[in-house]
Design a protein around this ligand. Structure first.
Ligand SMILES: Nc1ncnc2c1ncn2[C@@H]1O[C@H](COP(=O)(O)OP(=O)(O)OP(=O)(O)O)[C@@H](O)[C@H]1O
Ligand SMILES: [Mg+2]
Length: 368
């Protein structure tokens, strides 16, 4: 039996449908990330699970029990707000022991639980500090500790690292996952950061315009995106609009601007169909000579951006279209200079193919 089960959840705010027929089951101990752009409905979904918002249609089950009419405090969940708030006039110990102390626990139990949790988040030595005396990351850990100390088995975290700098986010991500896994807590973590979702989740739920667009483990979401939107939102990719010219045993031949042709390994297309081919920046190569068995296009290097461990190039093909390629900088990586003529190369097996979206391609890749 799943720990949390959402059945046909719909939530409207006036004319806005914030959630549209959501179905989701979460297993005990699972770490779920809800990933989506701003306005997708992520906070609304968490608030519905927490019982902080009433839904218009559907059912929420927790531990097999229908909880539509159960108040938030009886749902075994703790909800951490997008802008987490500590009690500023209380020190770390008081913040964390706040919920245990309003339950009818004896003092020994409150002290035991609070000190265990402070050890866990490595803040035992700062137990006397006030929130304003702590760094952002420490405050975040106090907020997490306070959530865990409530005794709830389900953590609902809304952008838990939203206010922190990039480096701290990366550190806290893995700490948080390890912490909740060791405590066997079930976690639903909302984020608009695809890297955060891929790195922390057991399963990622991609939400867009109030609908679930894909559910899968991080590898599936990254390597088998179900839509152009996800291919773009998660990881980034090149998009090539074209028409299917031929379908054979080896896949499909696609014609794009000015009679250029490329091959994709997928045969499941129809001749004449208008399609979009995607290939990830990191799945492409820049070479001085064509690569046998790959798609090869002459190009020149228009610009390049150094991003630490990799180099991203912007290339112009001879038919005028612009594409990107990303290469991990290893010892033998050749750096290409701006203006040089090169070959832009990628394997047919690295391409995904999608029907051309009814509302146009820009609508899919700009709505992020
Ligand atoms: N109380 C409300 N009244 C009216 N509309 C609302 C309310 N709360 C949310 N909405 C609308 O519902 C939609 C989903 O909002 P929600 O806050 O769930 O998005 P989100 O995915 O959490 O976005 P963000 O990443 O910006 O936090 C948005 O269009 C928003 O304007
Ligand atoms: Mg939100």
């Amino acid at each position: 039996m799943p720990l949390i089960k959402l059945v046909n959840i719909t939530k409207r705010f006036g004319k806005i449908t914030a959630l549209n027929d959501i179905n989701l089951s979460v297993e005990n101990g699972e770490y779920i990330c809800i990933l989506g752009p701003t306005g997708a409905g992520k906070t609304t979904l968490l608030r519905i699970i927490a019982g902080l918002l009433e839904l218009d249609e559907g059912e929420v089950y927790i531990e097999g029990q229908l909880v539509n009419d159960v108040p938030p405090e009886d749902r075994n969940t703790v909800y951490m707000f997008q802008q987490f708030a500590l009690f500023p006039h209380m020190d770390v110990w008081q913040n964390v022991s706040y919920t245990p102390s309003i339950k009818d626990w004896d003092n020994d139990k409150i002290n035991y639980v609070t000190s265990e949790i402070l050890e866990m988040v490595r803040l035992a030595e700062r137990r006397d500090a006030y929130p304003k005396e702590l760094s952002g990351g420490m405050q975040q850990r106090v907020a997490l500790a306070r959530g865990i100390a409530s005794g709830a088995r389900i953590l609902l975290l809304d952008e838990p690292f939203g206010a922190l700098d990039a480096r701290l986010r990366v550190n806290l991500r893995s700490q948080l996952r390890a912490l909740v896994k060791s405590q066997k807590l079930t976690t639903i973590h909302v984020t608009h950061d695809q890297e955060e979702a891929l790195m922390t989740a057991d399963r990622v739920v991609v939400l867009r315009n109030g609908r679930i667009e894909q559910i899968g483990d991080p590898n599936q979401i990254y390597s088998k995106p179900r839509s152009i939107f996800i291919a773009n939102f998660v990881g980034g990719a090149n998009f090539i609009e074209g028409n299917v010219k031929k379908v054979d045993d080896e896949g499909s031949l696609i014609e794009f601007r000015d009679d250029f042709q490329l091959r994709v390994s997928t045969p499941s297309t129809n001749v004449g169909e208008k399609v979009v081919v995607t290939v990830r920046h990191e799945d492409t190569l820049i070479r001085t000579h064509p690569v046998i068995g790959s798609n090869n296009f002459s190009c020149h290097i228009e610009s390049r951006i150094f991003i630490g461990d990799s180099m991203v190039y912007v290339l112009k093909l001879e038919n005028g279209i612009t594409k990107s390629s990303k290469g991990l900088l290893s010892d033998n990586y050749v750096i290409h200079n701006i203006g040089k003529q090169r070959i832009f190369s990628f394997q047919p097996g690295k391409c995904l193919i999608f029907s051309y979206p009814q509302t146009g391609l820009l609508q899919e890749i700009e709505a992020v």
